[in-house]
Design a protein around this ligand. Structure first.
Ligand code: CTP
Ligand code: MG
Length: 399
C-alpha cells in the first residue's frame, strides 16, 4: 500500500446540483462530454494539480456514481478522495464538504464540477496566492462586453468594465477563515468569496482561464464537448488510444479488352469498350475497395478477391462492396466517405457522374462518395485509351 503524506490542501468539488438550465435527463455532473462525465473530466484536472484531499459533493442518491468517477480519476491516489452527499443549495453543499475536511488541512479550495475543463495551472495559482498570505483568493476573467445598468427596457447608466471581473472557481481560502465564515453565514451568498467577505476578510484575485467556463446551458455543453473531442463525434465512443478515423489510399488499372459491355463506377456503359479482368474490370470500384481495406489495415484487394476466388469471376461492384463492408464491420469499422478519381479517355463521365455517385454510395451503405474524372490530355495509356486508371481515398470511422 502506498503511504501518501497527509495533504495540507483540500479541494471540495461541488457536484450536487440538478442542472435545471442544462435540462438533461441526469444531474449535470453525470452528463457525458465524451465517454466520460463532466464530473470525471473535472476530477482529472483536480488530480493533475498538486496533491490534495479531494471531497466530491454528490447529489443525494447518486453517491455511488460519484464514487466510480472519483476512484477512476484518482488512480493511485484513491486514499485521498471521498464522496459526501450535497444539500439543497450550493452553499449547503459546500458546508457538507467542509465537514469532511481532514484536521491537518490548512488551505481549502471550493470548485464547481460544472467547470469541467479548468486547467491545473489555475489550481496552482490559487494555492500559491493563499500561501502568499491571502485569506481568500478567486480566479477571475476580465469582462469583455460593454455593460449597462438597466431599469426595465431603459438604460440607466453605463458601467465601467475596468472595475468589474467575472468570478470563476476554484476559490481558495485559509481553512480557519472559511470554516468560521460558513459557521457564521446566516443567508445565501452567490459564492464562497461572498461568504468570506461577509465575515470581514479581504479576498484577492488571480488570473482565471477561458477554459474554466461553467457548463450551464446546452450551448456550453456543446462547446465543452467540441473541446474534448474536436475530431469526430464517433470518438465519443472510443477510448483515448483509438483514433477517431483512419484513411487509406487505393489504385487500380484495367486494360481495354474482352467481350461484353463496359462496367465502370458501378454502372454499365452500353456501347463502350469493356475492360479486361478477372471480374468485370471496374477499376473505380476496385480502387475504392483497395482504399477501404488499406484504411482498416486489412491488406489489399488481392488479399481478399484474388484470381483464385472463382466466385468473383465476372462479379460487379456490389459484390466487392458487400464483402468489403462485411470485413470492415468485423474489424469494427464503418465507411466514413470516399473520394475517387478516374483517369480515362472514355467513357465521358460528366453526364453520369451523379448517377455513379448515387450507385456507389448506396452500395457502401449510404456513405458519401465523390467521383471525379479527367482525361490525361492524350498522354500515357489512359490518354491513348488503352486502359483506365482510378485512384481512391477512403476514410473509415468506428462502427
Ligand atoms: N451545486 C451543488 N449543490 C447544489 C447546487 C449546485 O453542489 N444544491 C453545484 C453544481 O453541481 C455545480 C456548481 O454548484 O457544479 C455550480 O452550480 P450551477 O452551475 O448553478 O449548477 P446547477 O445548480 O446544477 O444548475 P442549475 O442552476 O441550472 O440547476
Ligand atoms: Mg444552480
Amino acid at each position: 500500500m502506498s503511504i501518501t503524506p497527509v495533504p495540507r490542501v483540500a479541494v471540495i468539488v461541488v457536484a450536487a446540483g440538478s442542472g435545471t438550465r442544462l435540462g438533461a435527463a441526469d444531474p449535470k455532473a453525470f452528463v457525458g462530454l465524451d465517454q466520460h462525465t463532466i464530473l470525471r473530466h473535472c476530477l482529472e484536472g483536480v488530480f493533475s494539480a498538486p496533491s490534495a484531499q479531494v471531497i466530491v459533493v454528490a447529489p443525494p442518491g447518486r453517491e455511488g456514481d460519484a464514487d466510480t468517477d472519483a476512484l477512476e480519476a484518482s488512480g493511485d491516489r484513491r486514499d485521498l478522495v471521498q464522496v459526501v452527499s450535497g444539500g439543497p443549495t450550493r452553499q449547503a453543499s459546500v458546508a457538507a464538504g467542509l465537514h469532511a475536511v481532514w484536521p491537518d488541512v490548512e488551505v481549502v479550495l471550493v470548485h464547481d464540477a460544472a467547470r469541467a475543463l479548468t486547467p491545473p495551472a489555475v489550481f496552482e495559482r490559487v494555492i500559491a496566492a493563499v500561501d502568499a498570505g491571502a485569506a481568500g483568493v478567486i480566479p477571475v476573467l476580465p469582462v469583455v462586453d460593454t455593460l449597462k445598468r438597466v431599469d426595465g427596457a431603459r438604460i440607466v447608466d453605463g458601467v465601467d468594465r475596468a472595475e468589474l471581473a467575472a468570478a470563476q472557481t476554484p476559490q481558495g481560502f485559509r481553512r480557519d477563515v472559511l470554516d468560521a465564515a460558513y459557521a457564521a453565514a446566516e443567508e445565501e451568498f452567490t459564492d464562497d468569496a461572498a461568504v468570506v467577505a461577509s465575515a470581514g476578510h479581504e479576498v484577492v484575485i488571480v488570473d482565471g482561464s477561458e477554459m474554466s467556463f461553467k457548463i450551464t446551458t446546452p450551448a456550453d455543453l456543446e462547446r465543452a464537448r467540441s473541446l474534448v473531442s474536436p475530431v469526430h463525434p464517433a470518438a465519443t465512443r472510443l477510448d483515448a488510444q483509438q483514433p477517431a478515423a483512419r484513411v487509406g489510399v487505393g489504385t487500380d488499372v484495367h486494360a481495354v479488352g474482352g467481350d461484353g459491355t463496359l462496367w465502370l463506377a458501378g454502372l454499365e456503359w452500353p456501347g463502350e469498350q469493356p475492360l479486361s479482368g478477372h471480374s468485370d474490370g471496374d477499376a473505380v470500384a476496385h480502387a475504392i475497395v483497395d482504399a477501404l481495406l488499406a484504411a482498416a489495415g486489412l491488406g489489399d484487394i488481392g488479399t481478399h478477391f484474388g484470381t483464385d476466388r472463382p466466385e468473383y469471376a465476372g462479379a460487379h461492384a456490389d459484390a466487392f462492396f458487400a464483402r468489403t463492408r462485411a470485413l470492415l464491420d468485423e474489424a469494427g469499422w464503418a465507411v466514413g466517405n470516399v473520394s475517387v478519381q478516374v483517369q480515362a479517355r472514355r467513357p465521358r463521365f460528366a453526364d453520369r457522374r451523379a448517377e455513379a455517385e448515387r450507385v456507389l454510395s448506396a452500395a457502401l451503405g449510404g456513405a458519401p462518395v465523390s467521383v471525379s474524372a479527367t482525361t490525361t490530355d492524350g498522354l500515357g495509356f489512359t490518354g491513348t485509351g488503352e486502359g483506365v486508371a482510378a485512384f481512391a481515398v477512403a476514410m473509415i470511422v468506428p462502427a
